[in-house]
Design a protein around this ligand. Structure first.
Ligand code: GDP
Length: 426
């Protein structure tokens, strides 16, 4: 059976922790989209880790970690991540990389940097990991699949052909030095050495695993609002962040996905540019940022301070609907324990009208938050394991949000650790 873990919002909802927790009962964990541009932070017995490419199940001895065909594979980042883990005492995980995954090329990273520089104040706030140029090439059909590393002659030819076009852009659009074809070819040969032990026909492997009744966990990156089709286009990421894409990015039948666990954070945060209706600023935002997550709301990949806001019911209801949510995991609730009152965004006001359906970007930019204030609970809820033991105001907050978004909150996370979880019945 297949379960997916995906984000309802802008990412950083705590998917890593939920996946790590669910991985205990899973056999295989699959990354199916995105690249090393975002990170998951995981706290476990080995310490605190920021994962960028490996799935969050790598810390268990019983799981196989899979990089699906939908991922933007940065081979040296993967290689370094494996080395860091084993260097810190984590047993060597079982890793498989799809032979159909495409490779983030060194020039994708350069183009990402140069384009953001060129755009100046209109830049996307990219993490400059090459993801947008990578997916552009994938769909322009000029990308390199892992399998292509293994035919040297064809690889050499393709490198030469590709650089004809890339070097024109480098020299004439960005005024930067061109790339040497021998050097790039040598780099790709190094990549081949690094990735060879893991390469596999992932789709065939997963389909066999399904026949053997294994449990497969699909791990999404970012969240619904960063999806290129359904998110806040153009301030989105370049691959689909929806659970449905898990079928494509892993190579399994869509009807095999039986559970979709959508992760929602008890307040909002976002990185990068784009409309963020319930955003807060100044000292109020600074305090939530400082207290947020585990050690503050700063990017796992970039260290950038995240933009902060109150919980947004409009965005989260939409986020859950597009994921096809069967269960909501409501995270980081413990952080809100310091507040006397907690504002929640329950609707948007657009041109004098109140709406609760998440609008298209042009309308979203005009939206103002309609806030409702709920009483705080003013205590530390970490360590509580039963829902009934939570303070009344805390339960009222969870139940209010559950009603607003319309999907069952079956897990409440009240700390960064694996065991900081409260299960609720549907
Ligand atoms: P992801 O990309 O969705 O996995 O999210 P991030 O890893 O960027 O951000 C989540 C942060 O919150 C991490 O530092 C987690 O350790 C932390 N975290 C997850 N769940 C909880 C929780 O329930 N309470 C607290 N305090 N921190 C949490």
């Amino acid at each position: 059976m297949v379960k997916a873990v995906a984000g309802a919002n802008w990412g950083d909802e705590g998917k890593g922790k939920i996946t790590d927790m669910l991985a205990k009962e899973a056999d295989i964990i699959v990354r199916f989209q995105g690249g090393a541009n975002a990170g998951h932070t995981i706290v476990n017995d080995y310490g605190k880790f920021a994962l960028h490419t490996l799935p969050s199940g790598v810390f268990y001895g019983h799981t196989t970690s899979v990089i699906g065909n939908g991922v933007a594979l940065n081979i040296p980042v993967l290689f370094r991540e494996i080395e860091t883990l084993t260097g810190r005492g984590v047993p060597m995980p079982k890793i498989l990389v799809s032979d159909r995954a495409q490779i983030v090329m060194p020039y994708h990273i350069l183009f990402d940097q140069y384009e953001e520089e060129r755009l100046g104040k209109n830049s996307f706030g990219s993490t400059k990991s090459g993801i947008a140029p990578f997916y552009s090439d994938k769909y322009a059909k000029t990308g390199f699949q892992v399998s292509e590393l293994f035919d040297e002659e064809r690889l050499k030819e393709k490198v030469e052909k590709t650089l004809e076009m890339k070097n024109v852009l480098l020299e004439h659009l960005y005024h930067k030095p061109p790339i040497d074809k021998e050097e790039l070819f040598a780099t790709l040969c190094d990549y081949r050495e690094m990735v060879t032990p893991y390469v596999c026909d992932v789709s065939a492997y997963l389909n066999r695993a399904l026949k053997e009744n294994k449990t497969i966990l699909l791990e999404g990156q970012l969240g619904t609002l960063k999806d290129p089709d359904h998110g806040i286009y153009p301030m989105v990421t370049s691959s689909s962040t929806l659970a449905a894409y898990g079928a494509i990015g892993a190579g399994i039948p869509p009807y095999e996905i039986k559970e979709i666990i959508t992760v929602c954070k008890a307040y909002s945060s976002a990185v990068g540019a784009g409309a963020f209706v319930s955003e807060i600023f100044g000292a109020e935002a600074e305090e939530l940022r400082r207290r947020g997550g585990d050690g503050g709301e700063y990017g796992a990949t970039t260290g950038r301070p995240r933009r902060m806001g109150w919980f947004d019911c409009v965005a989260s209801k939409y986020g859950c609907r597009l994921q096809g949510t069967t269960d909501v995991a409501f995270t980081v609730l413990d952080v809100l324990g310091y507040l006397d009152e907690i504002p929640v965004c329950v609707a948007y006001e657009i041109d004098g009208e109140e709406v609760t359906d998440f609008p298209v970007t042009v309308k979203l930019e005009k939206a103002k938050p309609v806030l409702r204030t709920l009483p705080g609970w003013k205590c530390d809820i970490r360590g509580i394991r039963e829902y009934e033991k939570l303070p009344e105001n805390c339960k009222a907050y969870v139940e209010f949000i559950e009603e607003q978004i319309g999907y069952p909150i079956t897990m409440v996370s009240n700390g960064p650790g694996r065991d900081d979880i409260i299960y609720r019945k549907k």
